[in-house]
Design a protein around this ligand. Structure first.
Ligand code: GDP
Length: 297
C-alpha cells in the first residue's frame, strides 16, 4: 500500500523552500523567474538551464538552495491546490512600482493567505523613472499588510527584474522567511511528491516533471502518479543532466510512466510494481465511470 507513515522526527533533515511567483499581469513575474533562472548556475555545474521543465532549483552564494515553480501566475497555484496539492512553502508576489496594487495582486494575496503560505513582496520595476515603491507600500499598509519598512512583519524588497537590482537580496529574504518555517523532510524513505507538468515527447515518450517533497527518488523505482504508473527509466534535471537519484525539494523530469499524469497529482513510490499498476488502473476505471456519469447528466 501507499507508504503514508509519518516520519520519526529524528529522521528529518532541513530541506530547501519551494517558491511560487504570483502577481498581476505584466508586473514582471516571467521576467523575475527568467532572471533568476539565467543568473543562477548551480555551483560546480557548467552551463545554464537548458530546458523548461516547470520547475527549477537555484543555489545562492551561501550554498542555500531554493526550488522555484516555473509557471508564473496563480492559475497553476490554484489548479494544484484544487487537486489537494500543497506544494508551495512561500509565495513571492510581484507588484510593479509604476502601477498599483491591482485586482490580480489582491487575488494572489488572498490565495496565499488562504493556503497559509507566507508572502514576500517583490516591488518591481524600480529602474523606471515613474516607479514609486513607497506608494505601493502605503497601499499595502492601508490593506493591513504592513511590510518591514512600515514597521510590519511582511518581508518586501525593491527590485528590477530587468537589471537584476535587488534580486539577490530578495532571495535572501525568502530564505530568512523560510528559516522560520523550519522545513524538513526525510531523505531516507521512498519518494513522494507532486506532479508539476507532464507531456508526450515524440522521441522519449511520456515526460513528467515531479517535485520530490519527501524521500529520495531513484532510477528503477515504481511510481504511482494519479492514474498513471511506471518504472523510472531515466531522470533529468533542468540542465539536461542525467541523474540517478534526487532528494526532497528537488524538481526532476522522469521517463517511464505509461501516460501523462495531471499537474497537481500526487506521486508515490511503491515497493511493488504490480501494486502500482493495480492502483493506477483502479483509479483510471473510477475516473471513466465518473465521466460516464457526468455525461449522462
Ligand atoms: P508578467 O505578465 O507578470 O509575467 O510580466 P512580464 O515579466 O512579462 O513583464 C511585463 C513587461 O514588463 C515586459 O515588457 C517586461 O520586459 C517588463 N518588465 C518586467 N520587469 C521589469 C523591470 O524590472 N523593469 C522594467 N523597466 N521593465 C520590466
Amino acid at each position: 500500500s501507499i507508504d503514508e507513515v509519518e516520519d520519526d522526527p529524528k529522521d528529518l533533515e532541513g530541506r530547501a523552500p519551494i517558491v511560487t511567483v504570483m502577481g498581476h499581469v505584466d508586473h514582471g513575474k516571467t521576467s523575475l523567474l527568467d532572471y533568476i533562472r539565467e543568473e543562477n548556475v548551480i555551483a560546480g555545474e557548467s552551463g545554464g538551464i537548458t530546458q523548461h521543465i516547470g520547475a527549477y532549483g537555484v543555489q545562492l552564494d551561501s550554498g542555500q538552495k531554493i526550488a522555484f515553480l516555473d509557471t508564473p501566475g496563480h492559475e497553476a497555484f490554484t489548479a494544484m491546490r484544487a487537486r489537494g496539492a500543497q506544494v508551495t512553502d512561500l509565495a513571492i508576489i510581484v507588484i510593479a512600482a509604476d502601477d498599483d496594487v491591482m485586482p490580480q495582486t489582491k487575488e494572489a494575496i488572498s490565495h496565499a493567505q488562504a493556503a497559509g503560505v507566507p508572502i514576500v513582496f517583490a516591488i518591481n520595476k524600480v529602474d523606471k523613472p515613474t516607479a514609486n515603491p513607497d506608494k505601493i507600500k502605503e497601499k499595502l499598509a492601508s490593506m493591513n499588510l504592513l511590510v518591514e519598512d512600515w514597521g510590519g512583519k511582511i518581508q518586501s524588497h525593491d527590485i528590477s527584474a530587468k537589471t537584476g537590482l535587488g534580486v539577490k537580496e530578495l532571495l535572501e529574504k525568502v530564505l530568512l522567511e523560510a528559516e522560520i518555517l523550519e522545513l524538513k523532510a526525510n531523505p531516507n524513505r521512498l519518494a513522494s511528491g507532486t506532479v508539476v507538468e507532464a507531456f508526450l515527447d515524440k522521441g522519449r515518450g511520456y515526460v513528467s516533471t515531479v517535485l520530490v517533497q519527501n524521500g529520495t527518488l531513484k532510477i528503477g523505482d515504481y511510481v504511482l502518479a494519479g492514474k498513471n504508473s511506471g518504472k523510472v527509466k531515466a531522470m533529468q534535471d533542468e540542465r539536461g543532466n542525467n541523474i540517478k537519484e534526487v532528494g526532497p525539494s528537488t524538481p526532476v523530469s522522469i521517463l517511464g510512466l505509461d501516460g501523462a499524469p495531471q499537474a497537481g497529482d500526487k506521486f508515490n513510490v511503491l515497493e511493488d510494481e504490480r501494486e502500482a499498476k493495480e492502483i493506477a488502473s483502479k483509479r483510471a476505471q473510477l475516473h471513466r465511470e465518473q465521466s460516464v456519469r457526468t455525461q449522462r447528466h
